[in-house]
Design a protein around this ligand. Sequence first.
Ligand SMILES: [Zn+2]
Length: 225
Amino acid sequence: MAGAAALGGVGAAEALAARPGGGRAPHPKTPEEALRLLQAGNKRYRQEKLQLRDYSPVGEKRAAEQQPFAAIITCADSRISPELVFDVERGNLFVSRIAGNGIDSGTLGSTEYAVGVLGVKLVVVLGHSDCGAVKAAISVVTEGKAYPSSKYGAIGQFIDLLVPTVKSLPDDERTLARCVPANAIAQAQDLARRGPIVAPAIAAGAIQVVAGVYNIANGAVSFVK
Ligand SMILES: [Zn+2]
C-alpha cells in the first residue's frame, strides 16, 4: 500500500505533525457527521490512501481519557481491523467483538457504556463477507447441525444469536451473501430497541444505530438498511 509504506519511514514524525489534524481526535457533533467520517475513512482505505498514523505510546494525556465518537460491534474474525478499515486513530472507536457480531450481554453492555458514559454519536453493527459464525447458523437451520455444549463449549451460544434471522428468510435466501447483511440489520434493530440507554438516545436524536457489511476482499464497507 502506498500509505503503509510511509508509516514507519524516516520523517514520519514530521509528516504526522504536518498533516491536517495532526493526529487529534475528530469530534463530530451529530450522528450524520460521525457516519460521514467513517465513510470518508473507508474510502481512503479502499483507495490505499491511509493517513499517516502515530502508533507510538499515546502519552500521559491520552492515557488518562478517551473520547471515541463511534461504537462498533463487529465479528471476532482476524481479518477485520476497524481502525484500519475506517482509517481513524486509536481512541476514535469503541469496539466490542463477538463471533457473528450478535447482541449479547457483553456487546450490549459495552455499547451502553459507549453511548451513556462516553457519549459516542454513532453505533455500527458491522458484519463481513465469509463469516464463519453466519455459515454455522445457516448450517443449523438448513442441515440441522447442532452445537451441544458438551462438545462445543460455549460456541453454540454466539451461533444461537444468529439463528432466528436465518430462519426468518425464505429457503432460497439462506445463502451467506444474503444472511450476512440480514444478520447485521437484525442485530442493529435488536440493539436499537434496547432500553434504558440505547433506545432513548435514538429517540432523543443523540445517536444513530446503523448496520454495515465489510467486504474482506476489496475493503469496502456498505452501510445497509
Ligand atoms: Zn465473522
